[in-house]
Design a protein around this ligand. Structure first.
Ligand code: GDG
Length: 467
């Protein structure tokens, strides 16, 4: 037997996630290869997957790709195909236009469609079947995120021998909001198929346990649910993190150092660089943040000759209607502010609707004096942690929304309520005018937090508790 779980039924650890951790790249001659997609999850899980004869089950990202399991960079990957209709109904529909807004405090209105739900059930079953095929007897299966909440139950029915964990990367909503979901009972039952259910924050775990008690009628005590068949399910918080060392190493490199100088130069060597980095998503609070900043420019509290706001908004879910509208809204806002207040050749807001390589991200973080992270609701927000990880000289200030999971750990940030524009304006001013000692004291404390709690520790803790 090889070290790789290429034979069916031999994987001791199976990760089941919506996406495989690779993207298909097509060469000019038409041939295609797979390239590892950057991301903390795969970095964290790679060593454990190797150690434990592991496999990763996920969608390869295209339409109707019938691909046999394969090995890429030493990882065994098991593709789950989706049809064009399923991409529309399961992925863009139920996952991203029903569950995503519902779980983020309905900051956009969730759409409920019965066909989308049917597709969600169908696709969850397909993921389950693949996972059941590759898992060795008694293996551990770790299911990831909101797209796959029915998998734990379906998998337990097929394979009662498995140890099953589930982790939700986004917030689990308050009881009153969750109850809007026509399929609320099925989702709760789906999750209860797991032995351990992980949430970003204790509040999410508590919401879940309360719902199970009130709506499914199971006995609960603390973080435990007692099922009629004698099984005990635990629901607890495991705040996710980043590969802190990797970011710091990247930030310290000479190439980054050089790039930081180039970036500041190209921005006109301003005194203060404000930075926002987000997927272009309505949960991230991009418009309100840019509005707060432009009011400070309009009033003269911030001088356009001395400051610039760099906003990176990575393209995301571009076929979903609400995301298209948001993009137009931001385009209009940035255009208006730059037209009204930007001197020739100097934008007030330098808006980048692109995805940058990781190296460029590290340079941007290092170049930024004030990082502005103001989601209306966010499970964790890794950008805030990445910024802190890159500030090895303890310089820089973080403005952070109370409604990001990260606010529970990065307590020394300038905290804001992203719905309070005046409050955000004050925080932006305070953070940019704080004394170097004050900034350093805060940054040191936050750095100690992310250094100790990195993504490897997150994965090890969850898997340890599951085992
Ligand atoms: C979900 C939850 C939770 C962004 N632009 C570029 C780029 N990024 C990277 C960032 C960061 C990641 O994408 C975004 O992570 P976040 O945590 O900020 O947000 P979501 O994508 O919404 O993630 C969230 C997370 O899952 C993990 O559990 O924290 O709450 O919503 O790593 O650096 N990376 C590169 N170029 C870009 O232009 N290379």
């Amino acid at each position: 037997m090889t070290d790789l779980a290429t034979e069916l039924g031999t994987a001791e650890l199976v990760i089941v996630a919506n996406r495989l951790p690779v993207d298909e790249v097509t060469a000019p001659d038409g041939s295609s290869t797979w390239r590892r997609s950057p991301g903390g999850l795969v970095t964290a899980l790679e060593p454990v997957l190797r150690q434990h004869h592991g496999a990763w089950v996920g969608w390869p990202g295209g339409v109707d790709q019938e691909i046999e399991p394969f090995v890429s960079d030493g990882l065994t990957l098991v593709p789950v195909p989706l049809s064009a209709e399923e991409v529309e109904e399961f992925y863009e529909g139920f996952s991203n236009a029903t569950l995503w807004p519902l779980y983020h405090d309905v900051v956009a209105t969730p759409a409920f469609h019965r066909e989308w739900w049917e597709s969600y059930v169908e696709v969850n079953r397909r993921f389950t079947e693949k996972a059941a095929e590759v898992a060795a007897p008694g293996a551990t299966v770790w299911v990831q995120d909101y797209q796959l909440q029915l998998v734990p139950r379906m998998l337990r029915d097929l394979r009662p021998d498995l140890k099953i964990g589930f982790y939700l990367h986004i917030p689990f909503p308050p009881v009153e909001l969750f109850l809007q979901l026509p399929w609320r009972r099925e989702i709760l039952e789906g999750l209860l198929g797991a032995d351990l259910i992980g949430f970003q924050l204790p509040g999410g775990a508590a919401n879940f346990v309360r719902l199970v008690h009130e709506r499914v009628g199971h006995e609960t005590r603390g973080d435990r649910v007692f099922l009629p068949d004698g099984r005990i399910v635990r629901a607890a918080a495991y705040p996710i993190s980043i590969d802190t060392e990797e970011f710091e190493t990247l930030a310290r490199s000479e190439a980054t150092e050089k790039r930081v100088a180039e970036i500041r130069e190209s921005l006109g060597n301003p005194r203060t660089v404000f930075l926002g980095v987000d997927r272009l998503d309505y949960t991230k609070g991009i418009t309100a943040r840019l509005r707060a900043y432009s009011e400070l420019i309009a009033s003269g509290d911030l001088d356009v000759e001395e400051c610039v706001f760099v906003q990176v908004a990575t393209p995301s879910r571009e076929r979903v209607e609400q995301y298209r509208r948001l993009r137009d809204e931001i385009d209009m806002l940035v255009g208006r502010v730059n037209g009204d207040y930007g001197p020739l050749g100097r934008p007030v807001i330098d808006y980048q609707h692109v995805s940058f390589p990781r190296e460029e991200m590290a340079a941007l973080y290092r170049a930024a004096d004030v990082m502005v992270v103001t989601p209306l609701r966010d499970g964790m927000n890794l950008v805030a942690k990445e910024y802190v990880a890159c500030k090895f000289d303890d310089e820089g200030a973080l403005v952070l929304s109370e409604f990001a999971g990260a606010a529970h750990e990065l307590r020394q940030a300038w905290m804001v309520n992203p719905y309070d524009i005046n409050g955000m304006k004050n925080a932006l001013l305070e953070a940019s005018r704080a004394t170097p000692e004050d900034r350093r004291r805060r940054m040191r404390a936050m750095r100690a937090q992310v250094k100790e709690h990195d993504v490897a520790r997150w994965a090890a803790t969850f898997l340890g508790d599951l085992g």
